[in-house]
Design a protein around this ligand. Structure first.
Ligand code: 87F
Length: 546
């Protein structure tokens, strides 16, 4: 059974903490007010934090770079993002922190997509078998992942329903019905919903789960040009969600024939890279469907000259995987690290008491007052008021849960009319006068947001390697690099690379293209494909992936 970290620590730490507090030297109220002896209290909290972590393994029990899989799982669970749903494998409960982040993503996305005149709908979760049948050729590879409802009570359903793995087959019959003439175009719809994909490979919270949340968009246009433009407009919004909110650098690109959505014309994506594992991860996709689905679902319109034509369609999606990519990008050995713009709480205020002091109500009030001042300035803040935990424990807990800033207030701070601010990303500490606190906090939150992005970007750049030959490629792959290589763009060559790199020491499947970046480095005329030796047509990113 997996218990939450608080349950765990409550039982493991409770008695130890109480005896710790009781055995401490009693300080007078005078000392409390003047802050006398508090320097040692502050550092004793830090020391205690370290000791407690060692003894009780408060928080993460493994190092990120030693056991990435377990590190990630612990960070998600102990950081209070998810709880495992033990009854069904690959299913997770999203806790309030995860939902708050998802809501922030939703808000930015809604605001941007509204500017593009895309309207929100809600379509049913049930997909009639007959509709999926229509798309048979394209979902062939996906069929094992489709989950079905076959029975109601004791009665077998005459026509079983699938739970949506994606909603093309639910929505397009209505496009066929709603679109009559050119005046009905463009038709642009999107929805926020859950989808179900019964994946067989290793489930991982947010990254690969059997039920997840996403936003999916489906649009129809009179011309290919309009549709093409939208594919990239949406990709840009996705890229902004990652870069501006989640502080995760991504690469915009086009998928290879092997890796595109088989039902469409071409697929664009944004790709992130996780340096610790050396794997790429598809962060969101925006597809041009061409007229394939229009043909299948009879989505046609009468143009201005009275001629019937098929529409041009797109579909695009961004899921809660984004939260997992953010955790992987910024998390460290102490736990989660949230970028300020999405952090459920940007500041946690913690009281640094004088051990054994009879009355710390003054401090408690000061913490509440600081929190209120922060909240009034629009900063998401909370006080950790739990009186059954020591300040050291609370520091470690705040670090585990990823809030960008911690404000410590002790008697000396009170006496000096100041607070101590500690950064989650760098650990830097600074004492700030109460009067200038809001300005400082706002400034620091912006700095942290920028720093997280810059550090992540630098790490990816350090892991990126340009190669031109097969030997360079294999070496870079063994060093877990994100590889940029000149390629002839042939399907068989990509399949061959995958086969030749399967089962190497880096584990996972074989290497494949992640994308062909929209931003292309210059390609010399005589450049050859690193894998086939044929003339290269483009630079593509290669690597192992999630
Ligand atoms: C799993 C089972 C059945 C992906 C599946 O990417 C069908 C599918 O069609 C399936 N997994 N796909 C492709 C989804 C394409 C597209 N749909 C709208 C997106 C974004 C949102």
């Amino acid at each position: 059974m997996v218990k939450s970290v608080e349950d765990d620590l409550g039982t493991r730490l409770g008695s130890q903490m109480i005896s710790d507090e009781n055995s401490s030297v009693v300080k007078t109220n005078q000392a409390l007010l003047t802050g006398e002896g508090e320097a040692s209290v502050n550092s004793s909290c830090e020391r205690k934090k370290k000791e407690m972590k060692k003894e009780t393994r408060l928080g993460i029990s493994v190092k990120r770079d030693e056991d990435y899989g377990n590190w990630y799982s612990e960070v998600c669970r102990f950081g209070d993002l998810v709880e495992y749903y033990e009854s069904v494998k690959g299913i997770y409960i999203l806790k309030p922190s995860a939902m708050k982040i998802w809501k922030t993503i939703q808000r930015l996305f809604d605001a941007e997509i509204e500017k593009m005149n895309v309207e929100e709908y809600y379509f049913p979760i049930f997909v009639p078998g007959s509709a999926l049948e229509k798309e048979k050729n394209h979902i062939e590879g996906f069929a094992p992942e489709v989950a079905w409802v076959t029975r109601a009570g004791d009665t077998e359903l005459a026509t079983p329903f699938a739970l949506r793995p994606t909603s093309e087959t639910v929505i397009y019959p209505f496009f066929s019905k709603w679109i009559r003439g050119h005046r009905d175009l463009p038709l642009k719809v999107y929805q926020w919903c859950n989808v179900v994909r019964w994946e067989s490979s290793d489930p991982t919270p947010f990254i690969r789960s059997r039920e997840f949340l996403w936003q999916e968009g489906h649009t129809a246009f009179a011309t290919k040009e309009e549709a093409d433009r939208e594919v990239l407009d949406v990709l840009n919004i996705y890229s902004r969600v990652y870069e501006e909110l989640l502080a995760v650098p991504v690469i915009k690109g086009i998928k290879s024939e092997n890796e595109k959505f088989a039902g469409g014309l071409y697929t664009t994506s944004i790709e992130a890279f996780i340096p610790s594992t050396g794997r790429g991860i598809q962060a969101a996709t925006s597809h041009s469907l061409g007229q394939n689905f229009a043909k299948m679902f009879d989505v046609t319109f009468e143009d201005k000259k009275g001629k019937r034509s098929m529409v041009w369609q797109n579909s695009w999606g961004l899921s809660t995987r984004s939260i997992g990519v953010m955790v992987m990008t910024h998390g460290d050995d102490e736990g989660l690290v949230f970028p300020p713009r999405v952090a459920p709480f940007q500041v946690v205020v913690i009281q640094v008491p004088i051990k054994g002091a009879a009355d710390d109500q003054v401090l408690c009030n000061a913490c509440e007052a600081v929190k209120s001042t922060l909240q009034e300035a629009g900063i998401r803040a909370k006080v950790d008021i739990r009186d059954n935990y020591s300040c050291g424990w609370k520091y470690a807990d705040q670090e585990l849960k990823g809030s960008p800033l911690r404000i410590e207030i002790g008697p000396r701070d009170l006496a000096n009319d100041q607070v101590r601010i500690v950064r989650r990303d760098t650990g830097a500490k600074m004492d700030v006068k109460r009067g200038g606190m809001i300005e400082q906090v706002k400034d620091l939150l912006e700095k942290i947001q920028r720093n997280l992005y810059d550090v992540a970007k630098r790490k990816v750049e350090e892991c990126t390697q340009k190669v031109e030959t097969w030997d360079e490629f294999v070496k870079a792959l063994s060093q877990k690099k994100l590889i940029l290589a000149p390629w002839c763009d042939e399907v068989e060559v990509e399949k061959d690379v995958k086969k030749r790199t399967r089962g190497d020491e880096t584990g996972g499947g074989g290497a494949k293209t992640l994308c062909t970046p929209l931003e292309q480095p210059e390609l010399r005329k005589d450049t050859l494909c690193f894998a086939s030796g044929k003339p290269a047509k483009k630079w593509s990113y290669w690597g192992k992936s999630y």
